[in-house]
Design a protein around this ligand. Structure first.
Ligand code: GDP
Length: 613
């Protein structure tokens, strides 16, 4: 799904005022009204420039009774907009599911209720650079054990208190998990800590992690780890970072970097202090007085306790007794616990916790919301399933052709790419050529580039960021191909840089030629040759596969090599002229402008179909 959240605020009408459009009407239709995930009936009528009474009437016609200041969700709002023939898009937000809380009876959001919430932090970086060690050290040094010898629970997230403030750490390090959650529509992380081993420097996964964090527009704090090693060279790391447009403070930039050692604990305080600073700058606020919304971090079926889930509450509060919905799972919260297993009555924003009470196991990355009662929860599950299916369908539509249409209608202003090529030289060459492309309406944004085959991580990033994957003289890992199919991500392969650049340029200008694939419709083998009365040769054939049709494009193959490319002029079955012959039948065939058949030649009838390159 693509919305205009970066450039447009909810409620703004967007559209490309392209001068080359023929009718004003077409322009009008291309306009999209971006709506927030929840809004009051009053606000909707203002945005639509309609009398609220009219809006209430339209809702009633759809079977929904709503008062003027009732909060409705996006889907309900679309009942009104579609009745008025207005195209809409939903504003991107962390809590798409918050829509489901529309019918809730709890208090509506009020700015006065906003309070500062803890930042949620994910640790990213190359394998073996010390992500897990850092998480362990922070936990070990900062979290006071509640009981002597108490078992430290691992529920997928934990919290530390530093200088009287809370910080939440997600316990699954790495950009794969980070982007997988994003690909499901949630934005769980506020700050990314990029761990770089001081003795090793920037490695391929460090670069991936940087690009994944940048694509998510999450601030990065660099932790230069293993500074205890005699071979540690933090200056080299900083120089390498500067080459990746991450200028640390010593280098005149504004990226915070801290030398740490997960082994000795040196620098950990400094890191936490800086994380608090970045959190402060991000002004993370939430309203704990409304029904909770957030994301499922982990979930499993516990044999004794039933489905258990680790949730991260992002806004509002989650309490015992609440009806909760996440994806296609719902339930009534029976018990809540913090990351150390301590029972809680309420979980507040920015805080992780474990919950019991789901009827089924929700999926990690699912968004959750609170419902006022069981009936609403059941209805919301149905809605969620539909929303999920819609998302899947929308994702499937994200091909370059689709992007071209969206650019053309003004819905998309950035063409996001993930680029993989065989060697660094090719990566740079392609990137430079792409950078030279300019268009009035859209720009190219390479979210990530690198050497090697297309991986699952590339596909995940593309899915999370509405991007297209480009493989330049490289193939796909089979698992990446399966994932791309499942998530509806388009992978385009090129061997010639000119073609690649040409396609992207055309896409930017909203005029990509359709892509065609060659589909073989049938094959026939020449068994005998007959002279025709007009002096031409008739090929006596047996159709061996599919069918051959009059007028079809045909290749003449001799020893598997193409000797002629033409069309089928006529097909005769006994004495009769026919239009087509199927596999297993015999017929006489003449070709347009070609007589030079030999016995044993194969005729391959084919056609061009729109499809993937
Ligand atoms: P991950 O793959 O990024 O999670 O890395 P790990 O946390 O598993 O660490 C990889 C290896 O580096 C382990 O052998 C750690 O003991 C070691 N290691 C991690 N941090 C440090 C550190 O600060 N100093 C030293 N000397 N070794 C470390």
């Amino acid at each position: 799904m693509t919305t205009n959240s970066e450039t447009e605020t909810p409620g703004q009408r967007t559209g490309a005022p392209r001068t080359n459009r023929s009718a004003g009407e077409a322009r009008k239709q291309a306009r999209t009204l971006v709506l927030p995930q929840t809004l009051t009936v009053q606000r909707l009528s203002e945005l639509l420039d309609q009398n609220p009474i009219e809006v209430i009437k339209l809702l009633m016609r759809s079977g929904i009774m709503a008062a003027m200041n009732q909060v409705i969700d996006y889907e309900v709002a679309t009942l009104v907009t579609s009745a008025l023939g207005i195209r809409t898009a939903v504003a991107e937000s962390a809590d798409a599911t918050a829509s489901a809380s529309a019918t809730s009876t709890k208090t509506a959001e009020d700015d006065a209720n906003l309070t500062v919430r803890p930042a949620v932090i994910t640790i990213l970086g190359h394998v073996d650079h010390g992500k897990t060690s850092l998480l362990d050290t922070i936990r070990r040094t900062q979290v006071a054990e509640r009981e002597v010898g108490g078992i430290t629970q691992h529920i997928g997230a934990y919290q530390v208190e530093y200088q009287g403030k809370q910080l939440t750490f997600l316990d699954t390090p790495g950009h794969e998990a980070f982007t997988a959650i994003r690909a499901r529509g949630a934005k769980a992380t506020d700050i990314a800590v990029l761990v770089v081993a001081a003795d090793d420097g920037l490695m391929p996964q460090t670069l991936e992690a940087i690009n994944h964090a940048k694509a998510a527009k999450v601030p990065i704090v660099v932790a230069i780890n293993k500074s205890d090693l005699p071979t540690a060279d933090p200056e080299r790391v900083k120089r390498q970072l500067s080459e990746r447009e991450l200028l640390v403070e010593d280098w005149g930039g504004d990226v915070i970097s801290v030398d740490v050692s997960a082994k000795t604990g040196d620098g950990i305080d400094d890191l936490l202090e800086n994380l608090l600073v970045v959190a402060e700058l991000a002004e993370l606020k939430a309203n704990p007085n409304k029904p909770g919304t957030g994301v499922i971090i982990e979930a499993k079926l516990d044999r004794q306790r039933g489905p258990t889930a680790t949730v991260l509450v992002q806004d509002g509060a989650l309490s015992i007794g609440d009806y909760i919905v996440a994806g296609s799972a719902w339930g009534r919260v029976k018990a809540l616990g913090d990351y150390q297993g301590k029972p809680l009555k309420v979980i507040t924003p920015g805080t992780p916790g474990e919950i019991l009470g789901f009827g089924a196991v929700p999926e990690a990355g699912d968004l959750f919301a609170i419902m006022p009662n069981e009936r609403a929860a059941r209805i919301a599950v149905g809605k969620q399933e539909k929303l999920h299916a819609d998302r899947q369908n929308q994702a499937r539509a994200l091909t370059l052709d689709q992007v071209v249409k969206q650019i053309d209608s003004g819905d998309v202003k950035e063409l996001n790419l993930v680029l993989k090529a065989d060697v660094q030289g090719s990566v740079e060459a392609v990137e430079q050529s792409l950078a030279a492309l300019t268009a009035e309406d859209a720009t190219v944004q390479v979210l990530h580039s690198g050497c090697g085959t297309v991986t699952e991580s590339d596909v995940m990033l593309a899915s999370a960021s509405d991007a297209i994957v480009i493989g330049f003289t490289v193939g796909n890992e089979p698992s990446a191909e399966r994932l791309a199919d499942r998530m509806g991500v388009e992978i385009r392969h090129y061997n010639i840089i000119y073609q690649l650049i040409d396609d992207i340029e055309k896409a930017l200008q909203g005029m990509l030629d359709p892509v065609f694939t060659d589909v073989i419709i049938g094959k026939a083998e020449i068994r005998e040759l007959f002279p025709s009365r007009k002096g031409a040769q008739i090929a006596g054939c047996r159709v061996t596969e599919g069918r051959i049709t009059r007028g079809a494009q045909v290749r003449v193959l001799r020893n598997s090599e193409v000797v002629e490319e033409t069309t089928i002029a006529s097909i005769r079955h006994f004495r009769e002229e026919v239009n087509e012959m199927n596999s297993g039948t015999e017929c006489g065939v003449t070709l347009q402008g070609f007589n030079d058949f030999q016995e044993g030649d194969v005729l391959e009838a084919h056609r061009q179909e729109p499809g993937r390159r």
